[in-house]
Design a protein around this ligand. Structure first.
Ligand code: SF4
Ligand code: SF4
Length: 93
């Protein structure tokens, strides 16, 4: 039986760091970025655009792939790895 990507990702375990490892400069997002790349490049859908124009960050689902950092052209994102022992733990099964 074949296993799809969603099923494979479902094997992973998240140890949630209550302190977000991602922060956003909302002023930059709202004044300089019309494309909102982060809202569609993130495989975990961590970023969503709110009705008031701000970007909402749901850091606990982050897969630590780094795509958002590359995609954000305006340096509005500050991203670091979650603190030691926290974040995603990949399980290959
Ligand atoms: S891509 Fe960067 S500048 Fe644009 S909305 Fe996302 S975080 Fe803000
Ligand atoms: S590192 Fe990857 S999974 Fe995490 S927020 Fe950025 S794009 Fe999404």
């Amino acid at each position: 039986m074949s296993v799809n990507v969603k099923q494979k990702l479902g094997n992973n375990v998240f140890k949630i760091d209550p302190e977000s490892h991602i922060s956003i400069n909302h002023e930059i997002c709202m004044s300089r970025c019309t494309a909102k790349f982060c809202t569609f490049v993130c495989p975990a859908r961590v970023y969503t655009l709110e009705a008031d124009g701000r970007i909402h960050v749901e850091h606990d689902g982050c897969l630590e792939c780094g795509t958002c950092v590359v995609a954000c052209r305006s340096d509005a994102l500050t991203w670091r790895y979650p603190r030691a022992g926290q974040g995603v733990q990949y399980r290959f099964g």
